[in-house]
Design a protein around this ligand. Structure first.
Ligand code: ATP
Length: 568
């Protein structure tokens, strides 16, 4: 229920149109039904088609007769049948309009939730993002957004059935309110008796949502390390890793299916019992008129049926709504961790970047304490040092992904707090330690899908990165698909594509994090020559364990684990 209110608030116009169409279709259905009683009376009476009723007309019947007289429609079997068909037509059209509206809104719900989650995650602070398992985001975007949209569909369908149940119930009240009241009590008892099955489903749904998060997270991690698993014949370990979650998920699903089957069969049986009892009471004991009893049986029977459907849809909603709340929670946390955009100064990087008296720690463990470091503009600076000495951390501080606990990073003497972070990062070309390419063409991988980049510029960037030789020899050139995560290219080729990607926007600062580690000596020499030529236009900051790159650098900073820095 809370979910429907939340989504009705988020999509007020679409929801209003849906409810209006449902309401009007309910009215059309009510009109058709109301014509049923006089029509039955005529059909059941002997003689010609004139209205010959044995008993005086009831309240509803009289109202229908008055309405027909007002519209100038004769009370004949044919005219009444036409009214019923026309009403059914309008009901069908309006229901279609309502369902189309529901479908469109549900699709919109899924799309908006996906985009909102992605945006919030992308805008969140780097340290928060780092702590999110990749699978959580995948699951949120794929499974949870889909289940949230389904919840809206279930809720809206429940509303459709509820309106129909109300229409049938109202007609039944107009025929005999005493009989309807009796039926209502019976129906309420049945709904109350079956409600525990809805609770079971809700619990199982919540469990399913939680388990999916950890299952997809584990699955994503496992899929990334399939090669070593296969190479060492340890595939069975993947099985084991996922075994616990899949089994628990299986249990939750079984409980859910059982509860839903129980509701289906149990509820129908109880409704039939109530109707049979009502028929016995009306015909056997109270000796009510047959046409009235028939109408009551049809309307109350349908009202029960629709109430049952409302509960079944509600059960489905209860099963899937936890996904919506889980997604909302993910969004709330990401929003609370939104990265500060910084100040308003757009840097030019004319003189250089300075880190002064930096103290930085991860989860209370200090990495630097009192670090001073200069990266002069238009020079090639390399960071060297043993693994874990904090080279990547320096880069993250320079990009502003991490903030120091103490001390300051400045660009041309302007402290980071005053710098427009987006403008600064727009001037950076970054080649990460691990090159993961998108499953797309080389062109797309270099431009990252930016349609404003001309193919000539891509070619130029590939040439600078020393990649043009192998790209040009491919049958489809820059339009060649690189395969899943770039799997159709060698490590060195992937690295050169990543370098071209970093160069495509003519960066002011080019950052290379071990970016030449997978290159052969010739390719490496070519890249180093390119970098040396580039440094008049671009400031270069490179992490390397490679002496050739260090030798070619203007400045070498040697990092020692735990703090200080020595310039070489
Ligand atoms: N997100 C993190 N949370 C906690 N500790 C971290 C995190 N990232 C890095 N560290 C720790 O900080 C230290 C410095 O890491 P960093 O990646 O900067 O080193 P590095 O010199 O680049 O290492 P390598 O040459 O192996 O890439 C390491 O001891 C590492 O374990």
């Amino acid at each position: 229920m809370r979910l429907m209110i939340s989504l009705f608030r988020a999509y007020p116009m679409a929801s209003f149109l849906m409810v209006l169409a449902l309401f009007l279709s309910g009215l059309a259905e009510g009109l058709g039904l109301s014509a049923l009683l006089p029509m039955l009376k005529i059909a059941l009476s002997s003689g010609d088609n004139a209205a010959v009723a044995a008993e005086p007309p009831g309240e509803l019947e009289q109202a229908v007769l008055d309405l027909l007289a007002w519209l100038g429609i004769p009370v004949t079997l044919g005219a009444l049948l036409v009214v019923i068909v026309v009403a059914a037509f309008f009901k069908a059209v309006l229901l279609l309009v309502a369902q189309r509206q529901v479908g469109y809104t549900a699709a919109q719900v899924a799309t908006d939730l996906r985009l909102e989650t992605l945006r919030n995650m992308m805008r969140s602070r780097w340290r928060f993002f780092l702590h999110q398992p990749a699978g959580r985001l995948t699951n949120a975007l794929a499974t949870e957004a889909e289940r949230s949209a389904q919840s809206y569909m279930f809720g809206a369908t429940a509303l459709t059935f509820l309106i129909q149940a109300l229409v049938y119930g109202t007609v039944a009240v107009l025929v005999s309110w005493q009989a309807t009241l009796l039926g209502l009590v019976g129906g309420a008892v049945i709904i109350w008796l079956s409600h525990f099955l809805v609770r079971v489903t809700r619990k199982a749904g919540k469990k399913q949502t939680d388990l999916m998060v950890s299952l997809i997270s584990r699955l994503t991690d496992t899929l990334q390390s399939v090669k070593p698993l296969k190479a060492m014949a340890r595939e069975h370990l993947a099985d084991r890793l996922l075994h616990r979650e899949t089994n628990r998920l299986n249990k939750a699903l079984r409980r859910q299916v059982l509860a839903s089957a129980g509701l289906n069969s149990g509820q129908d049986l109880m409704f039939v019992m109530v109707i049979a009892f009502g028929l016995y009471l009306a015909l056997g004991i109270l000796s009510m008129e047959f046409a009235t009893v028939l109408i009551l049986a049809v309307t109350l029977g349908r009202a029960f049926n629709f109430m049952g459907k409302v509960q079944k849809q509600y059960q489905k909603l209860a099963q899937s709504e936890s996904a919506y709340w889980s997604l909302r929670e993910t969004n709330r946390r990401a929003e609370a961790e939104r990265e500060h955009p910084g100040g308003h100064v757009t840097p030019t990087l004319g003189t250089g970047i300075a880190l002064r008296d930096i103290r930085f720690s991860y989860d209370g463990t200090p990495i630097f304490d009192g670090l001073d470091l200069d990266i002069p503009a238009h020079r090639m600076t390399t960071l060297v040092g043993p693994s874990g000495s904090g080279k990547t951390t320096v880069i993250d501080l320079v990009i502003g992904l991490l903030r120091p606990d103490r001390g300051a990073v400045s660009i041309d003497g302007v402290p980071f707090a005053d710098i427009d972070l987006t403008a600064w990062r727009g001037m950076v070309g970054y080649v990460p330690q691990e090159t993961v390419l998108l499953h797309d063409t080389i062109l797309h991988n270099v431009t990252l899908g930016d349609p404003g980049v001309a193919e000539e510029r891509v070619e130029e960037a590939l040439k600078k990165a020393g990649a043009w030789g192998f790209v040009a020899s491919l049958p489809e050139g820059i339009h060649t698909m690189v395969g899943e995560r770039g799997g159709r290219l060698s490590g060195g080729q992937r690295q050169r594509i990543a370098i071209a990607r970093a160069l495509i926007n003519d960066p002011k600062l080019l950052i290379l994090d071990e970016a030449t580690s997978a290159l052969d000596p010739e390719s490496e020499a070519a890249i180093i020559a390119t970098l040396r030529a580039l440094r008049q236009q671009v400031t270069i900051l490179a992490i390397t364990h490679n002496s050739r790159l260090s030798d070619a650098a203007d400045i070498v900073h040697r990092l020692a684990p735990g703090a200080g820095v020595r310039a070489g």
